[in-house]
Structure formats: structure tokens, C-alpha cells
Design a binder for this molecule. Structure first.
Ligand code: F6P
Length: 342
């Protein structure tokens, strides 16, 4: 078979490890051929390709980002987009696609599968918010980066007796905030899953100062105050209808400073959380998902997504992955609350 590979949506550490595993096993075990599509769905849409063989995947296991490039292109928003994709796949002699992506990329893969395209999906996102898989690669790396930042922020916050508000990514799921906050010993953790009372946060902060320690507040970019609107930089939507989040950290620091009378500053970790080399956990997960994906392709098991359930790598219908966002359950938040303000 000749198989096309693409990576779509926000990049994350581990994408290259998947590409490497797919190509290495695909060539060595099954004698398949590969072609890389550039920049997510823009590749098959515009016929943008890149050679993808064993030489191209040598040395990429530890590399962050994606050697194929990525984009948030939505072919269903483009007139004649699906036909264009089908024509380009035929022109390239491509029999099947491995689509590596999150909610949006896999949503497109699901629809294309229903329209007859032979596709297998691989879940990725630092947000860890995809259904049907216990973990997505990229998440562990993002959490470790955020944890290390929080560790460093503790020492400088203590020196200056100030509150440090750390805004982390995660979109509408609080997984990064919860795990980084727990691992980094944050004083308060605020998630999109539960609106927060800014007066209560100020009380936690004051309690921490009374104990002669400076508070670290971890806030997810999608968190919202009780009676307010989500704080956004702008209202612009991407091709999948997502608004760009960010700004809650700055808003919160201003509120805390006014309410506690103690200086409060904000650190927005932003894309640092998505950059650089993947952790060992993410490299192993990405590799195992890639190996299972090429097995699925080889067996013609179309319309499936490979997933991690427990410690096993399994296959589930693509549609299951995108049916519903996997958000943080209340009991996980309650678990963390015992540390707030103490
Ligand atoms: O979905 C991954 C993610 O990093 C989110 O956590 C974040 O909201 C978004 O992507 C940022 O996207 P962009 O890189 O397009 O600004």
C-alpha cells in the first residue's frame, strides 16, 4: 500500500515519534510505501507532499514539533474541499491515510471515513481532552514543563512576598492545570470545569501569606469566575469555530492584588508547554500508538482510532473519540482542594 501521513491542529511533543513508528514498522514489517502530507489537512487539500521513508524518520524520536508541519485547516469549510482531497489522494496513488491529531483533525477524519476515505486516526493533544483514550501523548510533557516552571516560581515568589498567578493551556479542560498544580504544590488550582469565586481565591492567598509562604495560583486558560464572562484576548474564531483563549491570569492577578493589598504578577506559560523534546512517557505512548496504527492500516481496519486504555493500546471507532470532551471529574478536583490555602 501507499500510505499518506499527516499531523493537524496544535503541535505537541511526540508527533515525530508516531510518524517514525508508523514508517519504521510499515516499511520493515509490511513493505508499505509512505508519503508525507504537509501542514495538516492543507496537504491533501492542496496536494502538498513531502518524501517520507526510513531516511526521513531517522533521528526524529526526541524532536518536538512535527517534521510534516501542521495547520488548523478545515476542508469542510472549503467549497469542494472533500472532492479536492479525494482527487489529490488518487493523483498521489495514496490508498490510505494516517491522520494524527486532536478533536478537530480527527473530526475531519471521521467525516472523510464516512465519505469513503480509508483512514486511521491517532490521538494527540497536550490538553488530554479526547474521549476513548485515557491519555494523549504531549500531555505528560506539557505537565512536566509547567511543573518545572511552578517549582522555579515558588522560590522567586517567596523572595518577594508576592502572589504568582500561572496561566496554563488546556482549552476547555483543566487536566494540565490540575496535574501541574498538584505536582508543583500550587496553593490554588482553578479549572474550566468549575467556576471560581474570586473572593474565596483571595482568602486562600491571604491564608498562605499568614503562614509566611508566597502563594502560587495555577489557572487554566479556560477557567471562569463565578459571575463573569470568560476573559478573552479577542473574539476571533479559527476554522473549527474555536475562540482563542488567554487573559484570565492577568485579570485574576489584578483582582488578587486589589483584594489582598499584596503584589500579584502573572506568568503565561503559553506555547512553551508545547515545545521541545517529549518525556519518556510520551515517546513510549506515541511509539506504541504509531505501531498499532500501522497494524490497523495493514488490516484495513478503517475508521478506527488507536487509543490507550489502562496500559493497553486498543482500537475504537473514530467517532467515539470526538463525541464528547473528556473533562476533569469533580472528584479529582475535590481531591486537590485539600491543599488550597494551606
Ligand atoms: O489544543 C492545544 C492548545 O495548545 C490549547 O491548549 C490552546 O488553547 C491552543 O492549542 C492554542 O492554539 P494556538 O497554538 O493555535 O494558539
Amino acid at each position: 500500500m501507499r500510505i499518506g501521513v499527516l499531523t493537524g491542529g496544535g503541535d505537541c511533543p511526540g508527533l515525530n515519534a508516531v510518524i517514525r513508528a508508523v514508517v519504521r514498522k510499515g516499511v520493515a514489517t509490511y513493505d508499505h510505501e509512505f508519503v508525507g502530507f504537509r501542514d495538516g489537512w492543507r496537504g491533501p487539500l492542496e496536494g502538498l507532499t513531502k518524501p517520507l521513508g526510513i531516511p526521513e524518520v531517522r533521528g526524529i524520536l526526541p524532536r518536538g514539533g512535527t517534521i510534516l508541519g501542521s495547520s488548523r485547516t478545515n476542508p469542510f469549510k472549503i467549497e469542494g474541499g472533500v472532492e479536492q482531497i479525494k482527487n489529490n489522494l488518487a493523483a498521489q496513488g495514496v490508498d490510505a491515510l494516517v491522520a494524527i491529531g486532536g478533536e478537530d483533525t480527527l473530526g475531519v477524519a471521521t467525516k472523510l471515513h464516512e465519505l469513503g476515505v480509508q483512514v486511521v486516526g491517532v490521538p494527540k493533544t497536550i490538553d488530554n481532552d479526547l474521549g476513548a483514550t485515557d491519555y494523549t501523548f504531549g500531555f505528560d510533557t506539557a505537565v512536566n514543563i509547567a511543573m518545572e516552571a511552578i517549582d522555579r516560581l515558588h522560590t522567586t515568589a517567596e523572595s518577594h512576598h508576592r502572589t504568582l498567578v500561572v496561566e496554563v493551556m488546556g482549552r476547555h479542560a483543566g487536566w494540565i492545570a490540575l496535574h501541574a498544580g498538584l505536582a508543583g504544590g500550587a496553593n490554588v488550582i482553578l479549572l474550566p470545569e468549575r467556576q471560581f469565586d474570586v473572593d474565596q481565591v483571595a482568602t486562600y492567598v491571604e491564608k498562605r501569606f499568614q503562614k509566611q509562604y508566597a502563594p502560587i495560583v495555577v489557572v487554566a486558560e479556560g477557567a471562569q469566575p463565578l459571575d463573569g464572562q470568560m476573559v478573552l484576548h479577542n473574539q476571533e474564531l479559527d476554522a473549527f469555530g474555536h475562540v482563542r483563549l488567554g487573559g484570565i491570569g492577568q485579570w485574576l492577578a489584578e483582582q488578587l492584588e486589589a483584594k489582598t493589598g499584596k503584589e500579584a504578577r502573572t506568568v503565561v506559560l503559553g506555547h512553551i508547554q508545547r515545545g521541545g523534546t517529549p518525556t519518556a512517557f510520551d515517546r513510549v505512548l506515541a511509539t506504541r500508538l504509531g505501531l498499532q496504527a500501522i497494524d490497523a492500516v495493514n488490516e484495513g481496519d478503517w475508521g478506527k482510532m488507536v487509543a490507550m486504555q489502562g496500559t493497553d493500546i486498543v482500537r475504537v471507532p473514530l467517532a467515539e473519540a470526538t463525541r464528547e470532551l473528556k473533562t476533569v471529574p469533580l472528584e479529582r478536583y475535590t481531591e486537590a482542594e485539600v491543599f488550597f490555602g494551606s
